[in-house]
Design a binder for this molecule. Structure first.
Ligand SMILES: [Zn+2]
Length: 366
């Protein structure tokens, strides 16, 4: 049996919450973490059509890109879209999870998928990133306990560096102590000075996993009173939201626009920044027109996003960046198809469906 909580864990593996921007609302919005999930629907939006699709397919989970509850609800009536959807989900025992900017930023997420659809090569991340608070734990232990300690702290979430896990540094030295008469030292003698060979273990961890990691360390440490330090390290940027890549054959703005429209099945708008061929392109799906300047700083000649405001189009094109407004749905929906396939790989016992609205319905334009 797969539970809503297990789905949340799988989402965390592929779209870590630490990637989400601070104002975002990701995670479980509606439902019981212990409820069973046999079938689920993945959708860009929490539209009435997506909820109806859950009901007709017997899906007990709706996983969307766009978060449902941004502001605290004061009422639960029929007066707004959000209230209607929440009430409808509750009535039908359907849970709702949102993976928003965390899935935009994640590897293979919305913007990796967009870059791939656009045929970009040599793709690298750029742009705005969440700031993540980290700590470092330093533990002193006898050599015989080192592997067990590192395993325990890694299982509790320490030692994550990018795509690497169980990252730890060890150095050897001498620890010395005098154990009082009531102490029960694992090594050495009470009421005497003891010098013992110890290993200093260092591991990084997210600030929000300190309690879990310290408990795991205490559980695995052989000493009555483990010696350890928790250090505050400078915050680090998480994975940035945008993707920068190269067109293997540079295209003129009009040619690239036709390429975008074919690749995404859309009718884009373009504001030309230069009459030179475009080689380097920045891409961020959805409403991300404010990322154009970071794309420019990163050497892009063009920027593709879902929605572009008039004054942004004007300014960016005057700064030499050709801007493409390719549609919110068209730039983000492909990333939801990828999300469903990643969830299918992680949780094959759940039947994962993608909700693709009819053109003109449920947030998908005609
Ligand atoms: Zn969006």
């Amino acid at each position: 049996m797969t539970s809503v909580a297990e789905v949340l864990c799988a989402v965390e593996q592929i779209a870590p919450t630490r990637f989400a921007f601070s104002s975002d609302k990701v995670g479980l919005h509606v439902g019981d973490p212990n409820a069973e999930v046999k079938s689920a629907i993945v959708s860009l939006d929490h539209s009435a059509g997506a909820v109806h699709a859950c009901q007709t397919k017997g899906a007990s989970l709706l996983l969307t890109h766009h978060p449902l509850i941004w502001e605290p609800l004061r009422t639960l009536t029929d007066a707004s879209h959000v209230e209607r959807v929440v009430a409808n989900l509750l009535r039908s025992d359907i849970a709702h999870i949102a993976a928003h900017t965390n899935w935009d930023c994640a590897k293979d997420g919305v913007n990796d998928t967009l870059a791939e659809r656009l045929g970009l090569v040599d793709v690298t991340p750029f742009g705005t990133a969440a700031t993540v608070e980290w700590r470092k734990i330093v533990v002193f232990a006898p050599e015989s306990a080192v592997e067990k300690l590192i395993d325990a702290m890694a299982d509790a979430g320490a030692g994550i560096i990018g795509d690497y896990r169980r990252c730890a540094f060890q150095s050897s030295g001498t620890g010395s102590f005098v154990a009082l008469a009531d102490a029960k030292p694992r090594v050495g003698l009470p009421n005497a000075r003891n010098d013992v060979l110890e290993v200093r273990i260092e591991m990084e961890l997210l600030a929000n996993s300190v309690t879990r990691v310290v408990a795991a360390m205490r559980g695995a440490h052989p000493y009555e009173e483990p010696a350890f330090d928790l250090l505050v390290v400078a915050p680090k940027p998480a994975m940035p939201i945008g993707r920068k890549g190269r067109l293997s054959t540079p295209l003129m703005p009009g040619e690239f626009q036709r390429h975008i429209d074919r690749a995404l099945g859309t009718r884009s708008l373009a504001w030309v920044g230069s009459d030179q061929p475009i080689e380097w392109v920045g891409a961020v799906g959805g409403a991300a027109d404010d990322e154009w300047r970071k794309a420019l700083d990163d050497g892009c000649q063009a920027f593709v996003t879902g929605e572009v405001k008039q004054h942004v189009a004007l300014e960016a094109s005057e700064f030499g960046v050709t801007m493409f407004s390719a549609g919110h749905y068209a730039t983000e929906h492909p990333g939801l198809v990828t999300l469903a396939s990643r969830m299918r790989e992680r949780l094959p016992d759940v039947a994962w469906h993608v909700y693709e609205p009819e053109p003109g319905r449920d947030g998908r334009p005609l």
